[in-house]
Design a binder for this molecule. Structure first.
Ligand code: CMC
Length: 421
């Protein structure tokens, strides 16, 4: 059986055979054969925007691999910075490469004092931290004007290190601002997740991090580190394709992540559980989902048509965290929702399963994070993924993102002056 498809233009009777490579067909062949006939693909649901060797996602079988390594193995055995190296560089680091990478990231965690004094302090006291983070990342570009040299691989790598290093600093500062608490400087003696937790919560003396909570934070960061061409990565690539600097591209990714259909879903799950309120009200809420009145936040995925493998790992991690913090009272509601959904034809037929956001919010909340910080945590984890894709695009050499449209507006008509309308 030939690995190709044949397209026939019924207007002219001509045909073209296009080979199927890596599961796709080359749209340039289509374009040459049918100039002026465009794919109408809202949400880009049928479009492969690029080839990529970073993350493999098999939605039917619930498989997620970074550079070939299963997410389950990475979550259990690796560290976030090691995974970040893997995503960015393509291979697991040797001991020497690992130590140098960790050293570099640990020693680029500070941000210019103007962030504290002028930029963050200019925001209203109750500003959403994602607003601060998105603006803060965009502002970073003005501190590193050399980042514009996007063709230079060495300069690109310097910005990648800076961004991974500074995200927790900006994120924790956004939280402290919202609490009216003084900012805590990074501590170079701490590991990546521990340093972040320290900047979030330290008050006065030593801040003790329970190892189970530190481990849970590490796992959550690893699980969020990449997810191929998702909405925010696509936003970073679209902006990066115009050759904007990486800070601006990552700020665009943060903005895309903010929405409740993407990284904002973890916050929306908790709000939804609070709205349901009582265990006895779950059934009636589920009816409103099925009637289309409500959407079940933390359920469904464009690619996963099976249980999201990240949700499985997070669910297990949630129980470990609750051993330390006590059970999150919303857990019973979440479990009941999952049980109803996995046995109800509405969800089964549409292949809607819990995604990464369904249980992550419960853990974050039990660790003391306010709901507004949940998407910020997602952003810290996803930063290496955004940057790996941006860097891959720069290495591949890309065209500017510029889709077409199918125009459905009025035909040409003459302007009517205001006085005659
Ligand atoms: N609750 C109820 N019905 C749903 C849901 C849901 N969460 N998700 C999809 N559906 C229904 C939808 O109404 C549609 O039904 P019908 O065929 O009768 O019109 C069908 O399932 C297909 O949905 P869709 O909107 O075409 O699916 P999509 O691939 O465009 O959207 C999604 C994917 C993730 C945006 C969507 O499932 C959703 O809004 N989920 C809730 C938000 C959420 O949890 N987002 C986090 C995603 S995972 C982390 C990340 O990547 O950010």
């Amino acid at each position: 059986m030939p690995e190709s498809i044949t397209i026939t233009d019924n207007r002219s009777g001509t045909s073209i055979e296009i080979p199927i490579e890596n599961g796709g067909i080359d749209a340039a062949e289509w374009r040459r054969f049918l100039p002026g006939v465009w794919f109408c693909d809202p949400g880009l649901a049928t479009t492969a925007a690029t080839t990529s060797s970073i993350t493999e996602l098999d939605g039917d079988n619930g498989v997620l691999r970074y550079r070939g390594y299963p997410i389950e193995q990475l979550a259990e055995q690796s560290s976030f910075l090691e995974v970040a190296y893997l995503l960015v560089h393509g291979e697991l680091p040797t001991r020497a490469q690992h130590d140098e990478w960790v050293y570099e990231i640990t020693h680029h965690t500070f941000v210019h004092d103007n962030f504290r004094k002028r930029i963050y302090d200019a925001f209203h006291y109750d500003a959403h931290p994602m607003g601060l983070l998105t603006s803060g990342v965009a502002a970073l570009s003005t501190f590193y004007p050399e980042a514009k040299e996007i063709e230079n691989p060495k300069i690109r790598m310097e910005q990648i290190v800076r961004l991974i290093a500074k995200m927790p600093t900006l994120a924790a500062a956004a939280y402290r601002h919202s609490q009216g608490q003084p900012y805590v400087f990074p501590d170079n003696l701490l590991g990546y997740p521990e340093n972040f937790l320290n900047m979030m919560y330290r008050m006065g003396g030593e801040y003790e991090i329970h190892p189970v909570l530190g481990k849970a934070m590490e796992i959550l960061l690893i699980l969020h580190a990449d997810h191929e061409q998702n909405c925010s990565t696509t936003a970073a690539r679209v902006v990066g394709s115009s050759h904007a600097d990486p800070y601006t591209s990552v700020a665009a990714a943060c903005a895309a992540l903010y929405g409740p259909r993407h990284g904002g879903a973890n916050e929306a799950v908790i709000n939804m559980l609070d709205e349901i309120g009582d265990y006895s009200d779950v059934d009636s809420f589920m009816k409103t989902v099925k009637s289309g009145e409500n959407r079940l936040m933390g359920f469904g995925h464009r690619v996963y048509k099976n249980y999201d493998p990240r949700a499985k790992i997070i669910k297990k991690s949630a129980y470990d965290v609750f051993e330390v913090t006590g059970k999150n009272p919303r857990l019973d509601l979440a479990l009941k929702i999952e049980e109803i959904a996995t046995n109800d034809s509405y969800f089964i037929d549409r292949r809607l399963y819990p995604n990464v956001d369904f249980y992550s919010g419960l853990i974050y909340q039990s660790m003391g994070f306010p709901t507004e910080m949940f998407t910020v945590l997602f952003a810290i984890g996803r930063t290496p993924g955004w940057l790996a894709h941006w860097n891959e695009m720069m290495e591949q050499g890309s065209r500017i993102a510029r889709p077409r449209q199918l125009y459905t507006g009025p035909e040409m008509r003459d302007f009517v002056p205001l006085s005659e309308r």
